[in-house]
Design a protein around this ligand. Structure first.
Ligand code: ADE
Ligand code: ZN
Length: 332
């Protein structure tokens, strides 16, 4: 079987995708038009030309601007449904989706509007596409602890529909420990915990995600390799890293895909997984990410399968479901 066919055929989960980062320009134009909102581009080509980033912040500025056209529950539904259709094409059978409530509530959109639209798409994906999903609410780390606490309060009535909380946005200068109390409260409320750390930020931020926030997974974490003690901790704890190769390339975390460390991390026994982060902005969904690393790093079929197995182990699926999928992959 060719590498492309293997990647296409293998069942997989996606564990690091921002729903606002799946916003394709065509849908952005359609929603902007129906909501009567101006966007600073003439056409879809002009939007894509603007997607030329030199670091995380240069991307975030454009990403937050794009999200401004999302107003109604149906807008959030349409956004998520379009992503689920991509999942179906890529044989993603389960996905754990990030959303950024503060990006919307700060513009006067009700928390409930965002959540209801996303949840309805999740329910339809289960029913019509047989794709299961969880929602993970992320706090914007460039905003205050107080704002994150207020967002956590807003989420409590919807606790049954949100499996976990995460931390995203501008990393450098906003260490995990800034949100120690927010995450302690979230844990006490029963939320699972993830956090972006070690994308642009130093290994110290990954230590804080582990020891202060007590994460169940680290998002990105690729800079952990700079600290051998941290590497040993990640290996000993079987701590998953949700790695996003095309994102790392587009945001200049790596300058060439051939220099990406995911294969080395895998070989050293780190629980790495492959994910798309913001696929509309970074040039590809999860299978495109697999293809990019398989080609640049010359991955073997066994390594590609192991990465898919990791995606189930690292997911928040029930153990019995994980095991069934893993056995299926092993038999392929
Ligand atoms: N890669 C990323 N890092 C931090 N925050 C984000 N929000 C969306 N994508 C992100
Ligand atoms: Zn991310």
């Amino acid at each position: 079987m060719s590498t492309h066919s293997l990647i296409q055929t293998l069942p997989k989960t996606e564990l690091h995708v921002h729903i606002e980062g799946t916003f394709e320009p065509e849908l952005m134009f359609a929603i902007a038009q129906r909501n009567g909102i101006e966007i600073p581009y003439q056409n879809v080509e002009e939007v894509r030309q603007a997607y030329d980033f030199h670091n995380l912040q240069s991307f975030l500025n454009i990403y937050y601007a794009g999200a401004k056209v999302l107003v109604h529950e149906q807008d959030f539904y349409d956004l998520a449904w379009a992503y689920f259709e991509k999942c179906a094409q890529d044989h993603v059978v389960h996905t754990e989706i990030f959303f950024d409530p503060q990006t919307h509530t700060d513009r006067g959109i009700a928390f409930e509007t965002v959540l209801k639209g996303l949840k309805r798409a999740c329910d339809d994906a289960q029913e019509k596409l047989n794709i299961s999903s969880h929602l993970i609410m992320c706090f914007l780390r460039h905003l205050s602890e107080e704002a994150a606490l207020a967002t956590l309060e807003q989420a409590l009535p919807f606790k049954d529909d949100i499996i976990g909380v995460g931390l995203d946005s501008s990393e450098v200068g906003h260490p995990p420990e800034k949100f120690a109390r927010v995450f302690a409260k979230a844990r006490a409320e029963g939320f699972l915990i993830v956090a972006h750390a070690g994308e642009e930020g130093p290994p110290e931020y990954v230590w804080q995600a582990l020891d202060v926030l007590q994460v169940n997974r680290v998002d990105h974490g690729v800079r952990s390799e700079e600290d051998s003690k941290l590497m040993q901790r990640l290996i000993d704890d079987k701590m998953p890293l949700t790695v996003c190769p095309l994102s790392n390339l587009k945001l200049c975390v790596v300058s060439d895909m051939r220099e990406h460390n995911i294969r080395r991390l895998l070989a050293q026994g780190v629980m790495v997984t492959v994910n798309s982060d913001d696929p509309s902005y970074f040039g590809g969904y999860v299978n495109d990410n697999f293809i990019a690393i398989a080609e640049a790093l010359d991955l073997t079929a066994a390594e590609i399968k192991q990465l898919c197995i990791h995606s189930f182990i690292a997911s928040f699926l029930p153990e019995s479901e994980k095991q069934a999928w893993i056995e299926k992959i092993q038999a392929m």
